[in-house]
Write a protein that binds this ligand. Structure first.
Ligand code: MG
Length: 169
């Protein structure tokens, strides 16, 4: 019988996910900075620590961890040329009509319901904060950030939704 992962295992996975993102050049602070940028025009006195706290809540969710692990793995495999064609070229070149990177990121945003979608769309379009850097860096021949940029945007958007839900929910 399938064993359901305990909260402790979710916490372990939180550490794996945070470390894996750090190896890919993203820490939780840079995600929290996007959340702050996104929400501070609407919430008076919103501070960085609150944003970081909500980013932390997001990465402790099992669905979020699974989406992060899946997306980062595909980027890493693409960088190592371990994917087969035609997917290898699609992911490595961040082909514009692929769209599965955004779809996977929606699994993160989805945890907080429909308010997350608008935030995610905005973050994605504006390429806020570290997302812009990841986008530029990902264009280098030995780098692939096809999934990472959307994952970062989705976590930031989900944290913004978590703040709103926490305050007004
Ligand atoms: Mg992408």
């Amino acid at each position: 019988m399938e064993r359901s992962p305990s909260r402790l295992e979710d916490l372990d996975k939180r550490n794996v996910v945070v470390e894996r993102m750090r190896e890919r050049g993203v820490d939780l602070n840079s995600i929290a900075a996007i959340t702050l940028d996104l929400q501070s025009p609407y919430i008076e006195g919103l501070d960085f620590e609150t944003c970081l706290d909500h980013v932390e809540r997001v990465v402790r969710k099992r669905e979020v961890q699974h989406a992060i692990l899946t997306g980062l793995e595909l980027d890493i495999l693409a960088e190592k040329d371990l994917l087969s064609e035609p997917l290898a070229s699609i992911i490595k070149n961040d082909y514009g009509l692929y769209g599965i990177d955004e779809i996977l990121a929606l699994a993160i945003v989805n945890v907080y319901g429909s308010i997350g979608f608008t935030n995610f769309g905005y973050v994605d379009k504006k390429k806020m904060g570290i997302i812009k850097d990841l986008d530029i860096e990902g264009k280098k021949p030995d780098k692939c950030h096809t999934f990472l940029d959307d994952i970062v945007g989705a976590i930031a958007a989900a944290a913004a939704s978590s703040i709103i839900t926490h305050r007004y929910g």
